[in-house]
Design a protein around this ligand. Sequence first.
Ligand SMILES: [Zn+2]
Ligand SMILES: [Zn+2]
Length: 343
Amino acid sequence: MVRSLLECARVVDVQEQHHLDWSWHGHNPGCGFVSISLEEHRMSVERLSRSLWGAWDGANATWPLPEQALLQPFWDYLRQSHASTLRSPLFPVLLSVSTYLVLVLLYTTLDLLAPTWPSIRRYQLHPERTVTWSNVGNTLALTTYNHLLYIFPAAVAQWLWRPPVPLPHHAPSLTSFLLGIAGCTVLFDFQYFVWHLLHHRIAWLYATFHAVHHQYRQTFSLVTQYLSAWELISVGLWTTVDPLLLNCHCLTTWAFMVFNVWVSAEDHCGYDFPWAMHRLVPFGLWGGAPRHDVHHTQPGTNFAPFFTHWDWLAGTASAPVKFCNNNDHNSLKENGLGSDKGD
Ligand SMILES: [Zn+2]
Ligand SMILES: [Zn+2]
């Protein structure tokens, strides 16, 4: 009995020293009352390891952490009420496309109201520039063409050849959910930064694939997907693959897709709203609409889509100038920046 207690104490000591070790090999069943404290200890170790590991392995996190319970009711509702929709390989495509359409509808309505509504115009990066019906028609035409020719066939192919997506029983923990979205966004930001830099530095790549996006020096929401097929496919591929690389839960994956469309549209929306991401993320780490607007007027700068660190490191960062009053508008026109396609 004494020997057994000593063995138990030694196991506790080892676990204390290696409390971040993921694997636990079970407790000694012959320890009597000591086995109760051992069991508690095992639970606390396992809870800690799962909370850390669950951040990166949301699909497999099963421990009922309090923060995990936050998303579980919502996930249960989705699984019980919309399982067939969620399991369809078409669902991620429909989610991305419908999010994009809702956002551009919202921003385009603001664009069309802005000339007569000062309360909207005051948030525009370039209030002197008007988004015309011609701008809307041209960008919408290419967006529709790309969707019919590339997105729709890719979605149908997925529908035909991919098996229905399995829905795990457990929701991701809140930490896993948020870190998954953040991780995918950081990864996507780096991938697009490299792609974007290469497509500006190599003349053939720029002329063949990226120049189309720069036909508009004035950004407005529909410019977001005014892209060549190659750029659209590249962006779509990273959005699909990055959550798989980080082993994200499907709820995290879908949230990342929505977030990615949201911040991409915000980059091009042409507004500097108080709730914009670059105002919410501290230390100037997020570029947002003002910095991407600079990229469209000075195409040799600000290649990263979201964060600012890669441009700082590469020496390609360019801070935006505030365009909030008529003096700024006049200086803008004097600098010849008022000539956009379709104006
Ligand atoms: Zn752009
Ligand atoms: Zn560019």
